[in-house]
Design a binder for this molecule. Structure first.
Ligand code: CAA
Ligand code: NAD
Length: 295
């Protein structure tokens, strides 16, 4: 069985920072790679903030936080990932950008390194094919917010070797997650079901069914979901949701995956949700306020 000791995460945004945090907290020496110093600083600061919050809430001891932070090494040089046993990719949802990164990682990393993608909607096979190690290539799909959500979808392609799959599956369990196994179909299990629901909520808004607030309220109080679909879309990221919809629509050619026009307009305007301060809600004040989006 492949031993995973050192871990690296490429991309330290919303998802990558969470993956770095849980890996370091679980005792792994973890390298966080970002595209430039500014993004790296932002990512490391959000990891620190998340751990500080856990300390404030009494969920983490301050020395454990300090030890976890000390296990994290930030870098903007891919060469620093050469000795990693597992690399989890969490960069933008763009096939060409991901393929380029994986082919560079394939050249840099040692022979036994397992490469994994946290993609929401791309197929693992397409990325694995950009490397010379499709047998050591898996999907490790985490959920947002990573420190809280228990699930990881562990995805195998027809080329994934049993040893790499098992090692990735066991690693997911070792960082405190509940793994499930999924085949390499765009969206895997959760997004295959969740994404059409979120897109349908946007279409309902476009059709004037009800207000943003009332649709959210209805789904929280009527079905027990922790967040309504618009709060959730802002939380996932409007840009990311749009990319996911485009990719899934291209894959399945089913209208339920088609990105609604309003979603496209919001991306054009840079309204990416919580991370940019505005999406379906405005986050500039103390409480989120629904945006006026008459369509
Ligand atoms: N990072 C770390 N911890 C966080 C956090 C974050 N961003 N946000 C909340 N938390 C923690 C809080 O510290 C709190 O911890 P304790 O209970 O230990 O104190 C806990 O989560 C609950 O937080 P709150 O009480 O502040 O808020 P809440 O009860 O409203 O829960 C939530 C927040 C866990 C995010 C909850 O609203 C929820 O489960 N929402 C749904 C999230 C979801 O559906 N995620 C999946 C998105 S789809 C996806 O990820 C796949 C994809 O490919 C797009
Ligand atoms: P994000 O926008 O928060 O972070 C993306 C990261 O990619 C940033 O750190 C950015 O610096 C980096 N990046 C941008 N351009 C790049 C380039 N050309 N080369 C290399 N890196 C680049 O996005 P996120 O929400 O963390 O999503 C990351 C991945 O995780 C995506 O594949 C997404 O589909 C997936 N995912 C997202 C969620 C979610 O709820 N947001 C959940 C599960 C999986």
């Amino acid at each position: 069985m492949a031993e995973i000791g050192k871990v690296a995460v490429t991309g330290c945004g919303l998802m990558g920072s969470g993956i770095v945090e849980i890996a370091a907290k679980a005792g792994y020496e973890t390298t966080a790679w970002e595209i430039d110093e500014e993004a790296l600083e932002r990512g490391l600061a959000s990891i620190r903030k998340s751990m500080d919050r856990a300390v404030d809430k009494g969920k983490l001891e301050a020395p454990a936080r300090d030890e976890a932070m000390a296990r994290i090494r930030g870098t903007t040089s891919l060469d620093d990932l050469a000795d990693s046993d597992l690399v989890v990719e969490a960069i933008v949802e763009d096939l060409d950008v991901k393929k380029d990164l994986f082919s560079r990682l394939d050249r840099i990393c040692h022979e036994g390194t397992i490469l994994a993608s946290n993609t929401s909607s791309l197929t693992i096979t397409e990325m694995a094919a950009a490397t010379n190690r499709p047998d050591r290539f898996v999907g490790l799909h985490f959920f947002n917010p990573v420190p809280v959500m228990k699930l990881v979808e562990v995805v195998r392609t027809i080329a994934t070797g049993e040893e790499a799959f098992r090692a990735a599956y066991d690693w997911a369990a070792s960082v405190g997650k509940e793994p499930v196994e999924a085949k390499d179909a765009s969206g895997f299990i959760v997004n295959r079901l969740l994404v059409p629901y979120m897109l349908d909520a946007i279409r309902s808004l476009e059709h004037g069914l009800a207000s943003i607030e009332d649709i959210d309220k209805a789904m929280v109080l009527g079905t027990g979901y922790p967040m309504g679909p618009f709060v959730l879309s802002d939380f996932v990221g409007i840009d990311t949701l749009f990319r996911i919809a485009e990719i899934m629509y291209e894959e399945y050619a089913e209208s339920r995956f088609a990105p609604p026009p309003l979603l496209r307009r919001m991306v054009t305007l840079g309204r990416f949700g919580r991370k940019s301060g505005r999406g379906f809600y405005d986050y500039s004040g103390d409480e989120p306020v629904p945006m006026k989006l008459d369509f």
